[in-house]
Design a protein around this ligand. Structure first.
Ligand code: ATP
Length: 250
């Protein structure tokens, strides 16, 4: 059973001025799969294509060639049909939090956009979710700038969880945080996954972070996946020369 599958996906960008048009493959024949409830780690150096892969997995970028399937079926043309079932947590929480919205409103917003939940249901879900991500529900009345970086990232995780998604892309979710806070957020992601059962693609250049949260790891180099392995096998017996170099740098 697969939750999210990339099948031989290539994403080609055109760059440069019209008279000297060049193309660049941010992803080349990338095949990956994430099972329900599982975390796949995606590692690689800057520019290797990780973010493009995350966007493609969310249906925010269309493959130039290849297929993306969610729950075994190709992405629908109208992405709204999947609204709420896929979510993202990004490097900088401020990218997903509106500075003029109170925390409670920000957490509730994806549910409001989706429709279907009553006011009472939302009012009940928001404080419960804030508690689930380790925050005092009282913070619902505050604004993002009144919170620490780690608290803000917890809020973006609550916001991603409110629609009970089956799949979440975490794109460098701890890279902008203090080292002491990073471990707390990684722990939180693990606990929440056990509680909520979402599948995840966890993108990071930090191999120690990925090792902590991912059951399997895919290594990207220059737009291609050069190795996919179970986490422990990867860290003890990396197969590809590039993987060995990444691990040595760690
Ligand atoms: N919209 C775009 N137009 C043109 N080129 C792009 C675009 N987005 C990404 N690229 C190029 O595709 C390649 C992969 O970029 P991507 O952001 O996916 O890598 P990454 O591994 O996530 O890097 P980083 O960790 O620095 O974010 C890079 O060479 C980048 O310059």
């Amino acid at each position: 059973m697969t939750l999210l599958e990339l099948d031989e996906v290539t994403v080609r960008f055109r760059t440069g001025p019209p008279f000297r048009r060049q193309t660049h493959d941010a992803m080349r024949n990338v095949s990956l799969l994430v099972r329900p409830g599982e975390t796949l780690g995606l590692v690689g150096e800057s520019g290797s294509g990780k973010t493009t892969t995350g966007m493609t997995a969310l249906g925010l970028r269309r493959p130039t060639t290849g297929k993306v399937r969610f729950g075994g079926v190709p992405f629908p043309k109208n992405r709204r049909m999947l609204a709420g079932r896929l979510q993202a947590v990004l490097q900088h929480p401020q990218w997903s939090l509106n500075p003029r919205m109170r925390i409670g409103q920000s957490v509730a917003e994806p549910l409001d956009v989706l429709g279907g939940a009553s006011k009472a249901e939302t009012a009940e879900r928001v404080p419960r979710l804030l508690a689930d991500v380790g925050l005092d529900p009282e913070l619902a009345r505050r604004y993002p700038h009144e919170l620490s970086g780690g608290q803000r990232q917890r809020v973006s995780i609550a916001r991603a969880l409110i629609t009970r998604p089956e799949f979440i892309v975490f794109d460098e979710p701890v890279s902008a945080l203090d080292v002491s806070v990073q471990a707390q957020i990684l722990n939180l992601v693990r606990d929440l996954q056990a509680q909520f059962g979402f599948g995840a693609l966890f993108i990071s250049h930090d191999l120690a972070a990925v090792r902590y949260v991912a059951a399997r790891i895919a290594v990207m180099c220059d737009g291609e996946v050069v190795e996919t392995a179970d986490t422990e096998v990867f860290y003890t017996h990396p197969q590809h020369e590039y993987s060995r170099r990444l691990l040595e740098a760690l």
